[in-house]
Design a binder for this molecule. Structure first.
Ligand code: SF4
Ligand code: SF4
Length: 320
């Protein structure tokens, strides 16, 4: 695993000014959170909205999450201040843009305030399942090729963080949104203890410790980046592998989470899945599996994980 990507154009004054405005209650703070279904965009916005509300601010929040469990685009506007008139943030008026997916972040950049907006973005790429003509791992795909440095050069302050990998290292990749919350906390004036109390209310009880650690790591990452001005060029696109390279795919299906909805069975392009006698998804034709991850992205209950190991001679050797 590589280190989390660091690409920063730090401007501490930018974030301090946001905090000052917030404390004075003189302005409306506009925070836009974007990502795709299943990443926890709404949870991030709810934590922020509740935190602002408990500090006495008027809060308006609007969200679109019609495809929230199907990998579709999800966004949430959070506005807070002494008086907030409208729940939606006009283009060019976002103070802080938090993106849980790289391409979604780029798509919403025009909403950021020119010159002073702060951009926190996970470098996680989620390619829409049917946008790739060749679904084999490493095959070329239609996806943004801009590097973090190229993007961040155009914003007041920007941080491209491999939050998903940071969360994976903690043993829970679903805590990536909380890593981003930790990053966001560095740009607003609320006390860390208040952030942590609010995060703890919005995550499952047994995941509180890992989520609080994720929050602290996200926060520490940005603090560190601001101090040391690291600039490291790193591509967002995965290292391309030849389309016909040897690789091995292993599907991990958690029967306890499978709700028998049949979506993966219906949507697998290679027809490798089926429901067993207990109506739990299982791999029926492992030799056909290309590792495209369509099943993983579309499963509403996160019951499937697709593991692809490059360099293995036998495809699908470990599939069960
Ligand atoms: S694995 Fe997921 S998508 Fe497939 S049947 Fe179970 S719940 Fe539905
Ligand atoms: S089982 Fe999943 S990863 Fe394999 S081909 Fe079907 S949808 Fe793609």
């Amino acid at each position: 695993m590589s280190d989390p990507i660091t690409t920063v154009a730090p401007d501490v004054a930018t974030s301090e000014s946001v905090a000052r405005k917030l404390e004075a209650g003189q302005d409306t703070q506009n925070v836009l959170i974007v990502g795709v279904g299943g990443q926890g965009v709404i949870m991030v916005s709810k934590v922020l909205a509740q935190l602002a509300q408990t500090h006495g601010f008027q809060v308006k929040q609007s969200e679109v999450h019609g495809m929230a469990k199907r990998g579709g685009s999800v966004f949430s506007h959070v506005r807070f201040g002494r008086q907030v008139w409208s729940p939606t943030i006009p283009k060019g008026e976002v103070d802080i843009l938090v993106a849980l997916e790289w391409a979604e972040g780029l798509r919403w950049l025009p909403y950021l305030k020119p010159g002073s907006g702060i951009f926190f973005c996970d470098t996680k790429r989620i390619v829409p399942p049917f946008s790739c003509l060749n679904r084999r791992p490493g095959a070329p795909m239609r996806y943004s090729r801009e590097t973090p440095a190229e993007v961040i050069a155009h914003v007041g302050e920007g941080h491209a963080i491999d939050a998903t990998e940071m969360a994976e290292r903690l043993g829970n990749d679903r805590a990536a949104n909380v890593v981003l919350l930790g990053a966001l906390s560095t740009a607003l004036g609320f006390a860390v203890a208040d952030w942590e109390d609010t995060v703890a209310k919005f995550v499952p009880k047994k995941t509180v410790p890992v989520n609080l650690e994720a929050f602290r790591r996200g926060r520490a990452w940005v603090d560190e980046a601001r101090e040391h001005t690291p600039v490291m060029e790193a591509p967002v696109t995965a290292t391309p592998a030849p389309a016909d390279a040897d690789y091995r795919v292993r599907l991990e299906i958690n029967p306890a989470w499978c709700k028998s909805c049949d979506i993966c069975v219906k949507m697998c392009p290679e027809h490798c899945l089926r429901l067993n006698a207990d109506r739990i998804a299982e791999v029926a034709a492992p030799e056909k599996c290309t590792g495209c991850r369509v099943c993983e992205w579309l499963c509403p209950d996160f019951a499937i994980r697709v593991h692809v190991d490059h360099g293995a001679a036998a495809i699908q050797e470990g599939a069960r």
